[in-house]
Design a protein around this ligand. Structure first.
Ligand code: CA
Length: 235
């Protein structure tokens, strides 16, 4: 089976530079998506689920730091900031906002390619460390190193957050988990949003899995929380 090409989201408002990077990356076998400003970058991020992001710092609409900050709330994909010469302070702000690395314009393409490979290698290493890769719940299989979910052999497209939530439920299958536990584990201790975000994402998962395949994986215990049930039971 062919490996799926790695998808790179390039956010760059200088059209010529964006085009140059696109051609070079495609030549290397990457899939490329271009966003010409910060707002479009966020949209394309949700639409296309890229594996890695190249993010110019100075952008119209939303700047790179703001884009990075927003994406970091949802995803830990590698983000490489592209800065202009002399933007040293901004580099630091970029790293503070959650970027993994930065590269300074003008750069040679070999350096950019090397940074991309290094960033992808780091995330792969982080993923393979720690907990087991393959989680199962009846005919549902979650592969945490490849980031895929399948029902029998049918692939299910999930966002990063949906994926993390599902993986957490399955790691704790047949155990009732409270909304607070889910928030802490899936959204992180520093999450300040509404707790009903959990219910919203449970609903997304039910739409994409339970409803689609006519099964009931995710059960609600009213006033307590949720659990993923491993054995089919007649009711
Ligand atoms: Ca720019």
């Amino acid at each position: 089976m062919d490996e799926k090409a790695i998808k790179v989201l390039i956010t760059e408002d200088e059209a010529r530079l964006a085009r140059f990077m696109e051609l070079e990356l495609k030549h290397e076998g990457y899939d490329v998506v271009i966003a010409e400003n910060g707002r479009i970058a966020i949209e394309k991020f949700y639409e296309t689920s890229p594996d890695i992001m190249l993010l110019d710092l100075m952008l119209p609409e939303l700047n790179g730091i703001e884009v990075c900050r927003r994406i970091r709330k949802e995803s830990d994909i590698p983000i490489i900031m592209i800065t202009a010469k002399g933007e040293t302070m901004d580099k630091i702000a970029g790293l503070d906002s959650g970027a993994d690395d930065y590269i300074t314009k003008p750069f040679v393409i070999e350096e950019l390619l090397a940074r991309i490979r290094a960033a992808l290698r780091r995330t792969n290493m982080e993923k393979t460390n720690g907990e087991e890769d393959i989680l199962t719940l009846r005919n549902l299989t979650v592969d945490t190193s490849r980031h895929t979910v399948t029902f029998d052999d049918m692939e299910i497209e999930l966002t990063k957050r949906e994926f993390d939530l599902l993986a957490y439920l399955i790691r704790n299958k047949n155990i009732v988990i409270t909304r607070e536990q889910i928030l802490n584990q899936v959204w992180g201790y520093d999450y300040f949003g509404e707790t009903n975000i959990v219910d919203v994402y449970i609903r997304y998962l039910r739409t994409k899995i339970d409803d689609r395949f006519g099964v009931k994986f995710i059960h609600t215990i009213r006033g307590v929380g949720y659990f993923a049930k491993d054995e089919e039971q007649n009711s």
